[in-house]
Design a protein around this ligand. Structure first.
Ligand SMILES: Cc1cc2nc3c(=O)[nH]c(=O)nc-3n(C[C@H](O)[C@H](O)[C@H](O)COP(=O)(O)O)c2cc1C
Length: 523
């Protein structure tokens, strides 16, 4: 024994390295059958796996140019980070974009900008931009809601985001006068920190789930009664990243807290099917919406990604004929994000926002419905010029998901589906989310929203308007390589937006529905 120990202790450090390499080589050649590359190129073959695993970070930090990356390039991310931190978000020396590139958009400025008089609410508060329409006004809901901000937080659930991220977003929307969409995971304590909430549910009915996995109206009513800060309800039909695809919530992720919030059993896997149990046709969807609105008094809307239009046509026909239906419609673009989706869905199923939205808007316009519906857009619209474009096309509000995540620290690591989010935003790991400083991050979300609204208003004034709802399709042009060929949006998409009834910022400021109507328990 002593002689073996003595022999081992006489081996030099570099000899240990050689022994290690020989052991790895023997394992690669004779004992592992899973990787051809390491078998055929023992030891060095491992380098390939190592480089591949750190490739995205290497490209993001060193290789990709400022405008190259997707979903969001460095300039876009930098603008959000700087805006959220109230740092200098300007760029020097002129644009680094190729403004002659195909599909580049231009906003037509007026010869003389809109003059903001001293008595205009925008003169005092540069980020005061409420929605120009009231949700639920046409259908005479008991508690109509005029969102106090044109930019709001899109559906992202507690479960896909961490508790600290949700809490930061909710406290942030409170500061910024915006609303916070719960996403599919139900209403958690982290959504209940003072911000307005839009309660969202999908086929899993989390938070309003009956024992059989269907929808419970009793739970819905109780939820709204107990939480007066819920301002509207959104029924999810689909989302851009994975339309028509159900989901699985594995039992091991269902902790006691998540089980309570979602209304499911601890440790038992839950399936969200692709279809709703509560309705299976367009007329049934309309009945369902009306039932919820009647029982809760709140405006009820739908969220969907767009592909085929026949069922949308049916919906518009019913709405026009029966004067019923959704108070708001959120159209999500195929470029939308998610916690996890198969690439084949994320890349190919459903239309990009600009095509999907224009299809649906035109269809509703044909039935004379655009004035009664609040249109919401989501799909990389969290930038002032994109927002101006979306308003010109007909949206009344914008929802942002990933841009909001970035404002609270997301670094676009694109590993939300692994539970290893390094920024603590899209993970349930206690350790990783402990790095989130909630008061600081909520200020950052609020500051991003304020800067966003201020810059949208500056663009609006530059175009000669008082409110972004006044943008129309002639205000935006899309490059088709030569200015003689460049077309206004109305020629490109073949519709003109229905003018939004707007009588001035002051009227929005004194509107009794601004920020919603308080719940009256006796109702
Ligand atoms: C982490 C994460 C979770 C999401 N969860 C939901 C959800 O529960 N329900 C839903 O309809 N959309 C969900 N979405 C989609 C967003 O609400 C939004 O529609 C989409 O990301 C487009 O907006 P964006 O480009 O600003 O990110 C999620 C997106 C992300 C990034």
């Amino acid at each position: 024994m002593d002689s073996i120990l003595e022999f081992l202790s006489n081996i030099q450090w570099w000899q240990w390295i050689i022994i290690g390499i020989i052991i790895v080589a023997i394992r690669d050649i004779f004992f592992q059958r899973r990787h051809t590359i390491s078998h055929n190129f023992p030891v060095v073959g491992h380098l390939r796996y190592l480089l591949e695993s750190i490739g995205p970070e290497m490209r993001q930090y060193f290789v990709a140019n400022n405008r190259e990356e997707l979903p969001f390039n460095r300039i876009e991310r930098g603008w959000i980070y700087a805006s959220a931190k109230k740092e200098n978000n300007y760029e020097g020396f002129g644009t680094d974009r190729d403004i002659y590139a195909h599909q580049h958009i231009f906003i037509n400025n007026a010869m003389m900008p809109y003059k903001v008089e001293d008595n205009n609410p925008s003169a005092k508060d540069k980020s005061f931009v409420p929605c120009a329409k009231v949700m639920g006004a046409f259908n005479k809901r008991k508690r109509p809601y005029r969102p106090a901000s044109i930019i709001n937080v899109s559906a992202m659930s507690f479960g896909s985001l961490s508790a600290k991220a949700i809490e930061s977003l909710n406290k942030g929307v409170k500061i910024a006068d915006a609303y916070h969409n719960t996403g599919e995971g139900g209403l958690s304590p982290y959504h209940s920190n003072g911000g307005d909430v839009v309660f969202h549910f999908g086929t899993g009915y989390f938070g309003v789930r009956a024992k059989d996995g269907g929808f419970s109206m009793e739970k819905m009513k109780k939820l709204v009664e107990d939480n007066p800060f819920i301002r509207a309800i959104e029924v999810k039909l689909s989302q851009g990243a994975k339309p028509g695809k159900g989901g699985v919530l594995p039992g091991k992720k269902i902790t006691k807290e998540i089980a309570e919030i979602r209304g499911v059993v601890v440790g038992k896997t839950v399936l969200s099917p692709p279809n709703h149990k509560a309705f299976s046709s367009v007329p049934e969807l309309v009945d369902f919406i009306e039932d919820i609105a009647k029982e809760t008094g709140l405006p009820v809307g739908i969220k969907a990604a767009i592909g085929k239009l026949d069922q949308w046509e049916e919906l518009a026909q019913i709405m026009a004929k029966e004067n019923r239906g959704p108070d708001f419609i959120a159209i999500d673009g195929g470029e939308g994000g998610t916690g996890a989706a198969p690439p084949s869905f994320a890349d190919h199923v459903s239309l990009p926002w600009i095509y999907g939205f224009s299809d649906v808007y035109k269809l509703f316009q044909k039935h004379d419905l655009t004035e009664r519906v609040v249109f919401i857009g989501s799909g990389k619209l969290g930038f002032p010029a994109k927002a101006a474009m979306a308003f010109a096309m007909g949206v009344d509000c914008i929802n942002v998901a990933r841009e909001a995540m970035m404002s609270i620290g997301c670094i676009q690591a694109q590993i939300c589906h692994t539970n290893r989010c390094p920024a603590g935003v899209a993970t349930q790991s206690k350790w990783l989310q402990n790095g989130i400083n909630v008061p600081l991050k909520s200020e950052r979300l609020a500051q991003y929203f304020k800067t966003f609204k201020k810059e949208v208003m500056e663009i609006t004034h530059a175009a000669g308007y008082e409110h972004p709802c006044q943008f129309n399709m002639n205000d935006i042009e899309m490059n088709v390589d030569d200015h003689n060929l460049t077309k206004n949006f109305d020629q490109t998409f073949r519709y003109q937006k229905t003018p939004v009834a707007f009588s001035g910022m002051q009227d929005l400021k004194i509107c009794k529905f601004l920020g919603g109507v308080k719940a009256n328990k006796s109702d």
